[in-house]
Design a protein around this ligand. Structure first.
Ligand SMILES: [Mg+2]
Length: 376
């Protein structure tokens, strides 16, 4: 579907951070705060569109990305006579390609472009009077969801709490040692009710030999995918070796650029493509990945682990893509997810239901911004 071109007049950044009383362990480090960076774009008619830039680790990373928005990327949008949501992400990426090489800031620039692209889509939906998923070609604003980020301390209790919230699929963090990982996988598998399933996420923790052995050992518990068993830049032969061990391999949150996804699909090891719109590609780039994945007969399940604006963007992306994907929803406490745009709707039959409002359909609550804002 065509989308309206947008005339942008102003860009703002809102960095939010909530220190964690109980720091969150991951295989790449301990998260001591939940943080995010919102970007707001104002159009010529005074509408405001919102996007979310990935910055969950390190937790002070929002501040640097806010400056990239304010001083480098935002002005390019405001100076442009009009912005097309379908192409703006790719246009900005090519415009800033040399700067990314010069500075080595490939990730932060891609994340900033992704978040700003989301905000452009929010505005385009508001102008068109359509929810983003529909403007992006989707038919139904309802997607199956799973409880993500289940950490290695008593994961079965987290599964039970998530079941009580209506979840039917769950993703366990692994990468904490073979014995503990296998015991946790057994505990999660044992907590499942008929029709439910779980996945495991190693967050790039293993080498090829460990990942292959873990895939073989985890198979008896029947996780539906093994996520990031290897570093994102591991050679194709390593990915193929791990994929050959039996469990479908998922990856994408640390892959940048369409060629990276294309390669994983063509090399045969990428069974579940998981781009994060706020890390690379925005919504239009994510949808391109979905098309490639479906053409190769693979699954598309966008990644998100941040605040409520990015969560809604991921849901719109998945609803636009169609297919048999599931929406990632963090199971850990994070007011930036549960309070920022008002309470999230209860799941219906295990599905997240998008608001039938124009654009992303959500706006951050000024009171929540005031409570958690950090100066940029
Ligand atoms: Mg992951």
């Amino acid at each position: 579907m065509s989308a309206p071109a947008i005339d942008l007049r102003a860009v703002e950044t809102v960095a939010l951070s909530i220190p964690l009383a109980e720091p969150l362990p991951t295989s790449f480090g301990v998260m001591d705060a939940r943080s995010t960076l919102l970007v707001g774009l104002t159009d010529a008619d005074g509408r405001v569109g919102w996007g979310e830039v990935w910055c969950n680790f390190p937790t002070f990373g929002a501040l640097h990305r806010a400056r990239l928005v304010q001083r480098i990327v935002g002005p390019l949008l405001v100076e442009a006579p009009s912005v097309d949501p379908w192409t703006i992400g790719a246009t900005l990426s090519s415009r800033l390609a040399t700067l990314a090489l010069q500075t080595g800031e490939f990730g932060p620039l891609a994340q900033v472009i992704g978040g700003l692209e989301m905000a452009v889509w929010d505005l385009a939906g508001q102008v068109a009077g359509e929810p983003c998923y529909r403007l992006l070609g989707g038919l139904e604003g309802r997607v199956p969801a799973y409880a993500s980020g289940i950490n290695p301390t008593d994961p079965a209790a987290t599964v039970r709490a998530s079941q009580a919230e209506g979840y039917r699929a769950f993703k366990l963090k692994v990468g904490f040692g073979r014995e503990r990982d296998l015991a946790n996988a057994a505990a999660v598998a044992g907590a499942l009710r008929p029709g439910e399933c779980f996945m495991v996420d190693a967050n790039q923790a293993w080498d090829a030999a460990t990942a292959t052995a873990m895939s073989e050992a985890l198979r008896e518990h029947r996780p539906v995918w093994l996520e990031e068993p290897l570093p994102a830049d591991a050679p194709a032969a390593d990915w193929q070796r791990v994929a050959g061990a039996g469990l479908p391999v998922a990856a994408g949150e640390n892959m940048r650029g369409l060629p990276a996804f294309q390669a994983g699909l063509e090399e045969g090891w990428l069974a579940v493509a998981q781009p994060d719109a706020g890390k690379w590609g925005g919504l239009a780039g994510g949808l391109e990945v979905a098309r490639l994945a479906f053409a190769a007969g693979r699954r598309f399940c966008p990644h998100h682990l941040g605040g409520a604006v990015g969560l809604h963007a991921a849901a719109h992306l998945l609803a636009a893509a169609g297919g048999d994907g599931v929406l990632e929803i963090d199971s850990n406490d994070n007011a930036l997810r549960t309070e920022l745009v008002g309470p999230l709707p209860a799941l219906q039959d295990g599905c997240f239901v998008l608001p039938e409002r124009p654009g992303l359909g959500v706006a951050p609550d000024p009171a929540v911004i005031d409570a958690y804002r950090v100066p940029t």
